[in-house]
Design a protein around this ligand. Structure first.
Ligand code: HEM
Length: 173
């Protein structure tokens, strides 16, 4: 029950905060303000995506899904945890900037997807932590929570960072 309630509360909490904020379009991030934050955030989001890909590869290794790979040694698990924490910490300044600068925007489909996925992302972060600590949940719960998390990071990157890198437009999928 907690595995459903806590992630839901986290996602709704982010939504409530973002949808009640008064946007400050000149909000700063690491000493950078206004339009200059776009490129910085896009780069940080790319670093976050990179960490997510590493996490996916480490998870596949731990689950014995790397073709021809040896069983994962113990440090793989520790590395996965450390990188997971780093990814969470890296996401915070980006998300806090998004929320204080824009709030929950629905001006077009891309922005609506980005804002919604931002809420889902923190629900997924919480779900991952709850599931990893639970011994009672079924075996598929952890890969499911991890996959949702990685997909959410991918969508966040595609809907905003790629948009910035590509001159304020998205390449066709
Ligand atoms: C890890 C989480 C997040 C990442 C990696 C991320 C990344 C980005 C990036 C790179 C941009 C483009 C640069 C900019 O306009 O400043 C952006 C814009 C934006 N973000 Fe986020 N963001 C995250 C979380 C959120 C959350 C939680 C919300 C709100 C609920 C949100 C709402 C927005 C909005 C409304 C924009 C402006 C979009 C536009 O007008 O083009 N973001 N985000």
């Amino acid at each position: 029950m907690l595995a459903v309630l806590l992630p839901f509360a986290a996602a709704v909490g982010v939504y409530e905060w973002a949808s009640h904020v008064t946007p400050d379009y000149n909000a700063g991030l690491f000493g950078v303000n206004g339009v200059d934050t776009f490129e910085l955030k896009a780069r940080l989001a790319t670093a976050l995506l990179g960490l997510a890909v590493i996490q996916l590869l480490l998870a596949l290794w731990m689950y014995g899904r790397v073709p021809g790979g040896r069983p994962a040694p113990k440090p793989v698990r520790t590395t996965h945890r450390v990188i997971g924490l780093l990814a969470f910490l890296l996401s915070l300044p980006i998300a806090i900037h998004c929320i204080t600068a824009y709030g929950f925007e629905t001006t077009n489909a891309r922005v609506t997807i980005h804002s919604s996925c931002g809420c889902l992302l923190y629900g997924a972060f919480v779900a991952k932590v709850v599931v990893v600590r639970s011994r009672r949940l079924p075996g598929w719960a952890l890969p499911l929570a991890g996959s949702v998390l990685i997909c959410a990071i991918g969508v966040m990157w595609y809907s905003a960072a790629l948009w910035v890198f590509n001159g304020d437009t998205l390449p066709p999928v």
